[in-house]
Design a protein around this ligand. Sequence first.
Ligand code: NAD
Ligand code: UDP
Length: 342
Amino acid sequence: MRVLLTGGAGFIGSHTALCLLEAGHEIVALDNLSNSSPEALKRVEELTGKKATLVVGDCTVEADVENAFAAFGPFDAVVHFAGFKAVGESVSMPLEYYRNNLDATLVLCKVMEKHGCRSLVFSSSATVYGTNPVMPLREDYPTGCTNPYGWTKWINERILTDYCFASKDMSVVLLRYFNPIGAHESGRIGEDPSGVPNNLMPYICQVASGKLEKLRVFGDDYDTPDGTGVRDFIHVCDLAYGHLKALEYAVSHKGCEVVNLGTGEGYSVLQLLHAFEKVNNMTIPYVVTPRRPGDIATCYADPTKAHTLLGWQASHTLEDMCRDAWNWQKHNPNGYQGDEIK
Ligand code: NAD
Ligand code: UDP
């Protein structure tokens, strides 16, 4: 397959690029580098010995997407990662989020149609389950969101479902990711947040490296075994492999499917923290603070459909995730901007 990865220079995109190249496919990334570095794909090339073409362009600009298709197509399929993803920022900048995350999909679909590319895998999120209290979360459960970022995912799912219904030759897989963490085992590519991380694992990694003083655990009074939030953490390489399986499915079927990508296991914030300490043989200072507004107590997937429909299941353990996240951080204390410590 020859696959276009929008947002392919980002955290999940670069790991998926590597996974697809290793499986013998060709990839082209279209990314405006608003939250990523070309260095990620350079390292993917070094790791695989294969070409990972980067086209610098914006998915909301039709001419940029058209250029990627005209100059580097034809593509058998597209994985659409490109989008803004910071929940808090989406609350203060809703218009930017709706514009970027929705325009990108609308423009992409138009150009795909023009070029006869009929298979699309979309990066959705478990956030579309909103405050649904029944666990594990199944794809047919009710949805609804609590912030603009979530709504952009929800509306994108709606747009793509409707588009697929109207275009009988179209194939779409909507992947609802749970909590991707970790990094490639080489330690050469990983998550490179700008500024102070919002998410738990990159925050722990920066405390471990001494860049941040201590972790703030947001609430220990939830209705969970130890009172801290429970999430379905999934190794980014398992997630990347899920895209390969979704692409294989998409190019050989028609219609729209929504699929959870999670492990099916919930771990608490403190369980993750202690697993990190144990596997990396260090102590991470932390303090319990009040709950973070908008957080829910528990969220984990029922991953049955991914297994039955796509033949996929996660294989990495929580310990693998903690070891690989730290391995990346330790060798790249300043992400892709700084020197790599060999
Ligand atoms: P990321 O920010 O590392 O990657 C997104 C990439 O898209 C970046 O490289 C950015 O430069 C690019 N981009 C943004 N807007 C663009 C545009 N208009 N045109 C071209 N490129 C653009 O994020 P990620 O963690 O790799 O996430 C990938 C996708 O998965 C996103 O859509 C995100 O919302 C979704 N997702 C992520 C998580 C997570 O926890 N990381 C969870 C659920 C869903
Ligand atoms: N969390 C925390 N401290 C942090 C960041 C996150 O205690 O600095 C908690 C958060 O309250 C949630 C879990 O870790 O229970 C996962 O949060 P994250 O932001 O990584 O992902 P989310 O599930 O919100 O998408």
